[in-house]
Ligand binder design. Sequence first.
Ligand code: ECB
Length: 134
Amino acid sequence: APVDFSGTWGLVSSENFENYMKSLDIDFMTRKVAKMLTPQKVIEQQGDKFSIRTLSTFRNYLVEFKVGEEYEEDTKGLDNRKLLSLVTWDNERLVCVQKGEKKNRGWTHWIQGDELHLELTCEDQLCKQVYQKV
Ligand code: ECB
């Protein structure tokens, strides 16, 4: 693995999260609560094996995967869909394609200086988030 993402990271900025949630058909009340959150990412990485916990006061979300191995993802507590997801390395970026009902769905993580960057995409929406080690 070319990069180590391990650590506990706290959200420091978020752009277009509201429209990303709309593209996932998240209802108004849930969006209002969700956009006030400052979640943490707790990432455990051993080589190409990952667990990523997204933790907040409202909901928590866990994914576990190995790079290059497709996995079934159930976005329980988020938009509650079933996906077939595959994470690969694109140079030093971790790229996930999430196949399912929604087109162009996925995310990309990379490290830039002391920051963890995340882009979430769904349909024509792109949400950009930055995290720093806590
Ligand atoms: C879990 C913290 C956010 C809880 C928001 C609750 C309700 C909103 C419902 C759906 C919005 C869609 C996604 C929520 C945003 C972040 C959760 C995880 C995003 C993600 O897939 O992160 C990847 C990459 O770090 C690992 O799962």
